[in-house]
Write a protein of this length. Structure first.
Length: 216
């Protein structure tokens, strides 16, 4: 569950499936950590691939209240095992700041190479009950193809330039593209399956303590 729509109906996503799943989130690390935290509640294993490990430092122990055996943060070239089960699915979070170089990912043989398309690097190596969550901290024409190649897109409030790139990649109507620029801090837009849906995040007290207030 991510939140509620304007009719106060719960908005849920099926993050883990028997087939490999790709989700792209345009926004900040806060939203990526919110999704990861809720995945932990489902028993998922979290593997974070990032060129900015300091941002994720301590996330696992704080989220679990113990040693972070379910959360691993990687900034090196070790490959991610393509494993996952219905009882313990795997969420691979790919968080790369703009202009960063990437660590090796499933199927990659060039550790440290420059990121060109975060949605397709190593994607073929995803297995059953594995989901790749690509966190794009900034959307531009170079990273926009990730939106087209995803099963689901999750968007925080966008700048004018980002809104144009998203609208072109996802073929959004003008009204939807404009709304992406004026969303509140506690809102998300989901785009997938030919529709877009807006929601307000329902944050628990534990999440507020761990992550702070919604922000990008």
């Amino acid at each position: 569950m991510l939140g509620a729509d304007r009719r106060r109906a719960a908005v849920t996503i099926r993050l883990f499936r028997p087939e490999p799943t790709r989700v792209t989130l345009v926004g900040g690390v806060w939203a990526g950590q919110l999704v990861a935290f809720r995945a932990l509640a489902l028993g998922a294993r979290i593997v974070v691939l990032t060129a900015d490990p300091a941002t994720w430092a301590g996330f696992g122990p704080a989220a679990l209240g113990r040693a972070a055996d379910q959360v691993e943060v990687r900034a090196d070239g070790r490959p991610v095992p393509a494993t996952g089960t219905a009882q313990q699915p795997t969420l691979i979070v790919r968080d790369l700041p703009p202009g960063a170089t990437r660590p090796a990912v499933p199927g990659s043989t060039t550790p440290g190479s420059t990121l060109h398309d975060p949605a397709t690097v190593g994607a073929a190596a995803l297995g059953a009950w594995q989901t790749e969550l690509t966190v794009l901290r900034r959307l531009d024409p170079g990273t926009a193809p990730a939106l087209r190649d995803s099963d689901l897109c999750v968007l925080q409030r966008l700048s004018a330039d980002e809104s144009v790139a998203a609208a072109q990649a996802l073929r959004l109507p003008p009204d939807s593209a404009r709304f992406l620029q004026v969303m509140a801090d506690d809102m998300l837009t989901l785009v997938g399956g030919g529709t877009d849906r807006h929601l307000w995040i329902s944050q628990t007290s534990v999440e507020q303590h761990l992550l702070g207030a919604p922000r990008r």
